[in-house]
Design a protein around this ligand. Structure first.
Ligand code: PRP
Length: 213
C-alpha cells in the first residue's frame, strides 16, 4: 500500500508558490486553497498531507519526524543546520544574502564591525571566513533601519528585488550566498518511506525545472 507523506510547507507567499509546484507534480490538495484558517490538509488518494507552518519552523517539524519532508529556504537551513537530508533545489524564492550599508560606509579595522541581522550564525561564519571580528546584533525584522539609526555599521540580510535597500538609502557591498527553496527530508522517514519520498522528490524537481521554462 502507498504510504502517505506528511509535508511541512512554509506559510505565506513562498508557500503558495511551493503548493502550486506540488500541484503540478501530481500532489494536489484543493482544500489548501480555501482562504480559511485551517493549517492541515489531506488528499488520501494522492498520498499526501500538508501542514502550513512558519517558514523558520519547517526544519523543526522535519527533523523531529512529524513531517516526512518539508520546504525550507537555504537561508533557514544554513542558519539552523538541521539534521535532515536535502533532496533537491526547487528553484523558487530565489534571492541572495548580502552585506549592505550606507553609501558612505568605510570599514574601520581598529574595532569589531557591528552587524545587524536575523541570521547570526550565517553572519558569524561569513566574517570568520574573512578573519574579521564582529559584534552581532540579532534583530527579528526591519533590519534595514539599524544602520540608519546608528545601531550597526552593516546588515546581513535577504535581498530579493533590492527595493527595500534602495528605499532606505542602503547599498549592497557583498554577496554572502545565493538562496532558494529546498526540499528536505527526515532521515528516518527517508528509509521507511523511501520509494514514496524519492518519487515525490523527482516529480517536484521535474516540476521545478518545467516551471522555469
Ligand atoms: C525581507 C528582507 C528584506 C526584504 C528584501 O524582509 O529582510 O527586508 O525582504 O526584499 P526586497 O529586496 O525585494 O526589497 P521581510 O519582508 O521578510 O520582512 P522583515 O522585515 O520581517 O524581515
Amino acid at each position: 500500500m502507498k504510504k502517505t507523506i506528511n509535508v511541512a510547507l512554509p506559510k505565506g507567499r513562498l508557500g503558495d508558490r511551493v503548493y502550486s509546484l506540488f500541484e503540478r507534480a501530481g500532489y494536489a490538495c484543493p482544500s489548501i486553497l480555501d482562504p480559511g484558517r485551517k493549517l492541515l490538509f489531506e488528499n488520501e488518494e494522492a498520498g499526501v498531507r500538508y501542514f502550513s507552518v512558519k517558514p523558520s519552523d519547517v526544519p523543526i517539524y522535519v527533523e523531529r519526524g512529524v513531517a516526512d519532508v518539508g520546504v525550507a529556504g537555504a537561508d533557514i537551513l544554513l542558519e539552523y543546520s538541521p539534521d535532515v537530508y536535502e533532496l533537491c533545489d526547487l528553484r523558487l524564492g530565489r534571492c541572495r544574502m548580502a552585506v549592505a550599508a550606507k553609501k558612505d560606509f568605510r570599514d574601520d579595522n581598529s574595532r569589531p564591525l557591528r552587524v545587524a541581522t536575523k541570521y547570526p550564525a550565517i553572519a558569524r561564519e561569513y566574517y570568520r571566513s574573512l578573519g574579521r571580528d564582529i559584534d552581532v546584533i540579532k534583530l527579528n525584522g526591519s533590519i534595514e533601519i539599524a544602520p540608519l539609526l546608528g545601531l550597526s555599521d552593516v546588515i546581513v540580510d535577504i535581498v530579493e528585488t533590492g527595493k527595500t535597500l534602495a528605499e532606505n538609502g542602503l547599498v549592497p557591498f557583498a554577496t554572502v550566498t545565493e538562496i532558494s527553496a529546498r526540499l528536505i527530508a527526515n532521515k528516518v522517514s527517508y528509509e521507511f518511506k523511501n520509494k514514496e519520498i524519492r518519487e515525490m522528490a523527482s516529480r517536484a524537481e521535474a516540476a521545478a525545472v518545467g516551471g522555469e521554462k
